[in-house]
Design a protein around this ligand. Structure first.
Ligand code: HEM
Length: 367
């Protein structure tokens, strides 16, 4: 009998496997998946966070499709979300899981990005992993921003209005950007329609291929070894195969992530406020979502210190410079033998973490 690479030892399973393998080349795929080894050391915990981000993204796809069955964009947006929350069986749970998982995903992506940064996994040959990751982070944040408006309740309406102040403070093109995003001079039905198209068609169409590219790069290059472990002689370094050993550990982490999500979604169900009323005054303390809070606070503070256009230009200028420095770090810190550049990059990383946390906390403090 022909030797089979079927992962299950069973006569019938082997027959099915061989049938598919001859036609689809499954053994080659399995060999590609089995090639990768995952290093084992005291920082290995941080290797799970890319997988956790992926898990929450999968939850988003599943719960998002379920919400799509009842959600109606445009003038009926609020009413359809009211029905999902109060009339449809388990609708509240699906909606709550979708909203909590969106926040957990952005949180996991941030942890993943900063751990990748501090482990210097952006160095050659992983530069494209870094850049594709930045693209995924940007898209994940736009996913969150566009989804937040869709229920069209009071909070969604005013939070979107203040959130739009960030792109609208771009010098020269700001007002045009605002009109383009809103579909008119005010946030309304047309904005919901636009955000819906962005949220369920345009963003997934950009995100999924970029994610495939990102994951393919990880499979191709394997996981980076952090600088502290490089001193260990190659023969003494420990590693385990990704498939199936590390993947099983990933699955255990996914189960923990699922439990955290289930607890949050059921104990703290996502609320639906009163419908948006554009002529009512904005409720006190309105602010964008937590992952936009640092930018929002910086713009607010600079706007107070340097009233008018100067504050806006300074704010947008600082983000742009910060974003560029963050993106080109693999070009600057590109050689593990250059200790000075490595140290400067580490300071930049810690500075960015401290700056983001401080600005976000400050933003909530002064609400
Ligand atoms: C939804 C967004 C993302 C998903 C689903 C994702 C997924 C993954 C997965 C599964 C891995 C392999 C396991 C690991 O090392 O954690 C990985 C590795 C990597 N990711 Fe991401 N990622 C995302 C965003 C990002 C971001 C924002 C960055 C940085 C800007 C980034 C940069 C990298 C790099 C450089 C690696 C290679 C790490 C290494 O070699 O150790 N990723 N990603």
């Amino acid at each position: 009998m022909q030797k089979s690479s079927c992962p299950v030892r069973n006569r019938y399973a082997t027959a099915v496997w061989n049938y598919a393998d001859e036609r689809l080349g499954l053994s080659e795929l399995l060999a590609f998946a089995g090639k990768k080894q995952v290093p084992q050391h005291k920082h290995s915990f941080w290797y799970y966070w890319g997988g956790i981000s992926l898990f929450f993204f999968l939850v988003q796809c599943l719960t998002g499709v379920l919400l799509l069955v009842y959600y109606r964009p445009g003038a009926e947006a609020y009413e359809s979300v009211r029905q999902i929350t109060y009339d449809i069986e388990f609708g509240w749970l699906v909606r709550s899981a979708h909203s909590w998982s969106a926040n957990l995903m952005v949180f996991a992506v941030f942890v993943h990005m900063f751990s990748v940064f501090l482990m210097k996994a952006y160095r050659k040959p992983r530069e494209f992993g870094w850049w594709s990751g930045l693209g995924l982070l940007g898209l994940a944040m736009v996913f969150g921003f566009s989804g937040y408006l869709l229920p069209m309740d009071e909070l969604a309406y005013f939070a979107t209005k203040v959130g739009l102040e960030i792109p609208m403070s771009t010098p020269v093109i700001g007002p045009f950007l605002g009109d383009l995003i809103r579909g008119g001079p005010e946030v309304g039905e047309h904005t919901v329609q636009r955000f819906f198209a962005l949220h369920v068609v345009i963003l997934p169409a950009l995100f999924v291929p970029l994610l495939m590219f990102h994951l393919w790069l990880v499979q191709r290059h394997g996981n980076a070894i952090p600088p502290g472990e490089e001193a260990v002689p190659a023969a003494e370094r420990e590693s385990i195969p990704f498939f199936p050993n590390f993947m099983m550990k990933d699955v255990a982490m996914w189960l923990i992530a699922l439990n955290v999500l289930a607890l949050l979604a059921s104990v703290y169900p996502w609320q639906l406020g009163p419908p948006a009323n554009p002529i009512a005054p904005a409720p006190l303390g309105i602010h964008p979502e937590w992952y936009f809070m640092s930018q929002f606070q910086l713009l607010k503070v600079l706007g107070n210190w340097f009233p008018g256009i100067t504050g806006e230009i300074l704010g947008i200028g600082l983000f742009t410079i910060g974003g560029i420095v963050w993106a080109v770090i693999p070009l600057y810190d590109n050689d593990s033998r250059n200790g000075r550049r490595g140290r400067i990059a580490t300071y930049i990383g810690f500075g960015a973490i401290a700056g983001l946390i401080a600005l976000t906390a400050w933003g909530y403090w002064v609400l």
